[in-house]
Ligand binder design. Structure first.
Ligand SMILES: Nc1ncnc2c1ncn2[C@@H]1O[C@H](COP(=O)(O)OP(=O)(O)OP(=O)(O)O)[C@@H](O)[C@H]1O
Ligand SMILES: [Mg+2]
Length: 237
């Protein structure tokens, strides 16, 4: 579904991504694991066309993404939940969801999409009239993901959904991601929380200082001593 080939991203003299290649197959949940500054957001933002690639190729369903005008990205089935969530804090939960449906390809099924979002995040149904900015961090992450789902994506890109969340809330958000994948979506997420991510993803890539330094199935990576030491705090997963 998505093929990133030899991608480099540069900010002035700083090479944030160096020859990165990543593949995401239809129906998979693929994680990119990396520490602060590894280049995780740069990778997602390059795919989401928020950041210009210095070189490399981005293919979505075989189509070169750079040929696609940025405003058609969502209509082509890609939704990005950016770092920091990007919700509308002064609007209600319901209004945030409604705004998410505006770029959808097929607006006739907005009611159904909303029901699906409410099924995945029952809290968003209970709190539909709450002002989004007054919600907890975990709830705001749910609003952000719910809003992205309202655009009816095939590929969901998530930038550190666990950022700033307590472990129990991370579990809640990740359980929702499992339900989303169960609905047939393809998911690519970037994360620092290797333990929670490898418990859920199908495959992962390890990103260090802008380069892919490893990849494999989540279960292989969980049992790889080098990964355990570098990404799982040295204790067995
Ligand atoms: N707009 C920018 N201008 C200059 N340098 C940038 C810019 N955005 C990112 N960088 C640099 O590129 C590198 C990779 O940043 P990026 O945000 O992709 O990392 P990250 O893995 O998402 O980190 P974090 O976990 O902290 O979100 C960092 O060294 C960062 O300082
Ligand atoms: Mg980041």
């Amino acid at each position: 579904m998505l093929e990133v080939r030899n991608l480099s991203v540069r900010y002035g003299k700083h090479l944030a991504l160096d020859d990165v290649s990543v593949t995401v197959n239809t129906g998979e949940m693929v994680a990119i694991l990396g520490a602060n500054g590894a280049g995780k957001s740069s990778l997602l933002n390059a795919i989401g066309r928020r950041v210009q690639a210095a070189s490399g190729t981005l293919l979505y369903r075989g189509q070169e993404l750079s040929q696609l005008p940025q405003h058609l990205l969502v209509a082509s089935g890609i939704a990005l939940v950016p770092e920091g969530r990007g919700i509308f804090p002064r609007l209600s939960v319901e209004e945030n969801l409604t705004l998410g449906s505006l770029p959808a390809r097929d607006k006739r099924n907005t009611g159904q999409r909303r029901e699906l979002v409410h099924a995945i995040f029952p809290k968003l149904a209970e709190r539909r009239h709450q002002i989004a900015g007054t919600m907890s961090g975990g709830e705001q992450q749910m609003v952000a993901i719910g809003r992205a789902l309202m655009s009816d994506p095939d590929l969901l890109l998530l930038d550190e959904p666990s950022l700033g969340l307590a472990p129990i809330v991370t579990q809640e958000v990740f359980a929702a991601l499992a339900r989303i994948r169960g609905n047939g979506l393809t998911i690519m997420l970037v994360e620092q929380n290797a333990r929670a991510t490898l418990a859920l993803a199908d495959r992962a890539y390890l990103l260090e200082a802008g380069r892919v330094t490893g990849s494999g199935t989540a279960s292989d990576l969980r049992n790889d001593p080098a990964v355990v030491n570098a990404f799982l705090g040295g204790s067995a997963a």
